[in-house]
Design a protein around this ligand. Structure first.
Ligand SMILES: NC(=O)c1ccc[n+]([C@@H]2O[C@H](COP(=O)([O-])OP(=O)(O)OC[C@H]3O[C@@H](n4cnc5c(N)ncnc54)[C@H](O)[C@@H]3O)[C@@H](O)[C@H]2O)c1
Ligand SMILES: [Zn+2]
Length: 381
């Protein structure tokens, strides 16, 4: 008999929501960097953020200099580098390679820091580099999109796309800290701003009917970029994701069920089939609509609930259909890729009622085709 030991590892997942993170009076970043005077820090900035926040580098330098001058033991900033933004950052090894090269050049050890500032894609790609360098240096994420704040940055996953498949290469690693600063969201395009709310709809459907009510009620204010309506929803979604990761008992996805991936099997396939013309958030909206319609046709979900979810997504200007849905052979391939990525038996999360879901292990391709067809826009008479 082989020897078998069970052991636990205690992890800390530090998350803060703040405003104006580089204001020297704001303690959020200094708090997670404290007691590390002999350490070093390198920062990577999403090009979309670098263009819209041209003073970011200077403000980061001034932030650290001011607080160090005031007596805090902070790491020395060795480099700030701009990396390509959006899905392009995940479609090759080059961003991860930049992180590895800078880690080597600037002598970043495992107690030093990599600061990743950007959307979900840049956080995934920089995070991947940081978590394979020396088997993992300290990674601090500053999410700058709605989706990165309400979902991606809260997770413990990093990765890049390969072989035309989403997140084919990647790591599980708990970030040192996550700091979400609302002010970054002000420079997002409307499309990327709204995209992130599909993840809030997703987790609301799964876990929090009251959050769904709030999104439904405030959708037009969110669309008009009313931050007093948008931020509580982003923060609540982030908390629900964080709670799931830290409390569900399966942060590193060793089990087959992956409830947070509701709507995602189709989403990942649509993203790669469209060559990433569809954003992740939009693809998730379509994937949620498809899985809900499938559940209705399989008598698992009330048609009224599915219609309510579709209407809510439409109110957020999110799509619920794409012509690529008509290729059921491609969708079936997406299911198999999803199964392979999870390992083991195919496990798809289906909503049963608002706030409650269950797993199914088989998808009927004829019902899938009917669900896709039912979502197609009707030609006007
Ligand atoms: N690791 C995880 O657990 C996890 C979870 C969910 C999603 N994701 C991944 O996140 C990615 C999607 O992330 P996203 O929706 O944040 O989009 P994104 O990272 O693709 O960014 C969208 C665009 O916005 C730009 N941008 C970013 N911040 C900006 C700002 N403040 N101002 C102006 N422009 C800005 C980027 O340069 C890019 O062009 C997908 O690759 C998805 O797979 C990962
Ligand atoms: Zn997602």
């Amino acid at each position: 008999m082989p020897q078998s030991r069970s052991f636990q590892v205690d992890c800390q997942h530090r998350v803060a929501f703040t405003r104006d993170v580089f204001d020297p009076a704001n303690p959020a970043l200094a708090e997670v960097l404290s007691q590390s005077a002999e350490r070093r820090l390198i920062a990577f900035v999403d090009e979309g953020v670098a263009h819209t926040h041209p003073d970011l580098g200077t403000r980061l330098e001034q932030y650290l200099a001011t607080r160090t001058h005031a007596g805090e033991a902070l790491p020395s900033l060795r480099m700030i580098e701009v990396v390509s933004g959006g899905e392009a950052s995940k479609n090759s090894m080059s961003v991860a390679q930049q992180v590895l090269a800078a880690t080597d050049l600037h002598g970043i050890d495992r107690k030093s820091f990599v600061l990743a500032i950007g959307g979900g894609a840049v956080l995934d790609a920089v995070g991947f580099g940081a978590t394979i360098a020396h088997r993992g240096v300290r990674l601090i994420r500053l999410p700058t999109t709605t989706l990165a704040m309400d979902d991606a940055a809260m997770g413990v996953k990093n990765g890049i796309n390969h072989f035309g498949k989403k997140n084919f290469i990647g790591t599980f690693a708990v970030p040192w800290a996550v700091i979400a600063d609302e002010l970054f969201l002000h420079t997002l395009t409307d499309r990327h701003f709204l995209s992130g709310f599909s993840e809030a709809v997703k987790i609301a459907c799964l876990k929090d009917p009251a959050l769904f009510d709030a999104i439904e009620r405030d959708a037009s204010r969110i669309r008009a970029r009313d931050y007093s309506a948008a931020m509580p929803i982003i923060a609540r979604s982030a908390t629900l994701h964080l709670d799931h990761i830290t409390q569900s008992g399966d942060p590193f996805e060793l089990c087959e069920a992956r409830p947070l991936d509701f709507g995602h099997w189709a989403a990942h396939k649509l993203e790669s089939l469209s060559d990433y013309a569809i954003t992740h958030g939009e693809a998730v909206a379509i994937g949620i609509a498809l899985d809900c319609e499938y559940a209705v046709l399989s008598h698992l979900l009330d048609a009224e609930i599915a219609a309510r979810i579709r209407n809510c997504l439409h109110a957020l200007a999110l799509p619920t259909w794409h012509p690529l849905l008509m290729r059921v052979d491609h969708l079936a391939q997406g299911l198999e890729e999803f199964r392979e990525h999870l390992g083991g038996q195919l496990t798809v999360t289906h909503l049963r009622s608002m706030g409650s879901a269950s797993e199914v292990h088989e998808i009927d391709h004829a019902i899938l085709a009917a669900a896709a067809a039912a979502l197609a826009p009707r030609a006007s008479p």
